[in-house]
Ligand binder design. Structure first.
Ligand code: 3PG
Length: 219
């Protein structure tokens, strides 16, 4: 596999990176149904966050993405996309971005082919380097806290200065500011803003408040 085997993956996706870099937080949510998804997204938007990552960890992912993709002004990402089939389902349902916890080059190739911006994951320098070699420039760093947190990002940014990172895994209000301001970070992701317990209990005011607090922490 040669350098830029699929071209510079990121070259055509600058608009999406710009959107992520502007909002700086990507709330990740596992939904049971589309109704939950719409109520959660509305709460996030009231709290100042106009994007959401719907994971493929539940069967409702596709219907949730479909329902969210028609909400005005909302940026919808599909998360935990582990196969070409899920990537295609996400694209058809209206996702504007897909992410995965690890690096599956078959999925990355498919994303390039179908034009759906994709962020693969890495948890080691070797994985980041393999993605870089492939032409990727934006990488999810997962599981962020476990692999070394901000210190790890600092080390990555020192040796791969052209790479941009989306750390997720173990981020909450306590380490959000540090993670978001670490070198090379484009945006941070995580489930703490809309955890499944709040979504299932219908605590949308609390989700709105969590979103607002997160925005404040990044000011
Ligand atoms: C992810 O896939 O990015 C993580 O599951 C998010 O981790 P968190 O639940 O610790 O925020």
């Amino acid at each position: 596999m040669g350098e830029r085997a699929v071209g510079c993956v990121d070259a055509g996706w600058a608009g999406v990176w710009g959107r992520l870099g502007a909002v700086r937080i990507l709330p990740l949510v596992n939904f049971d149904d589309a109704e939950q998804a719409v109520a959660t997204a509305r709460a996030l938007m009231r709290g100042g966050i106009d994007c959401v990552e719907v994971t493929f960890r539940t069967r409702a992912a596709v219907e949730a993405i479909r329902a969210l993709s028609v909400l005005d002004g909302l940026f919808v990402a599909a998360g935990t996309v582990l196969s070409v089939g899920q990537l295609e389902q996400a694209r058809v349902a209206g996702a504007q971005l897909a992410l995965a916890p690890g690096s599956n080059f078959e999925v990355i190739r498919a994303a390039c082919a179908c034009g759906l911006p994709f962020v693969a994951g890495a948890g080691t320098a070797s994985e980041v380097e393999a993605l870089r070699h492939f032409g990727v420039r934006v990488v999810k760093v997962f599981p962020f806290r476990t692999v070394g947190g901000v210190e790890f990002l600092r080390s990555l940014a020192a040796v791969y200065p052209e790479m941009r990172f989306v750390p997720t895994g173990g981020i909450d209000a306590g380490n959000l500011s540090d993670a978001a301001s670490a070198p090379g970070v484009l945006a941070v992701g995580g489930s703490w803003i809309a955890p499944v317990e709040l979504v299932r209990a219908g605590c949308f005011d609390q989700i709105e408040q969590n979103a607002r607090s997160a925005r404040m922490l990044l000011r």
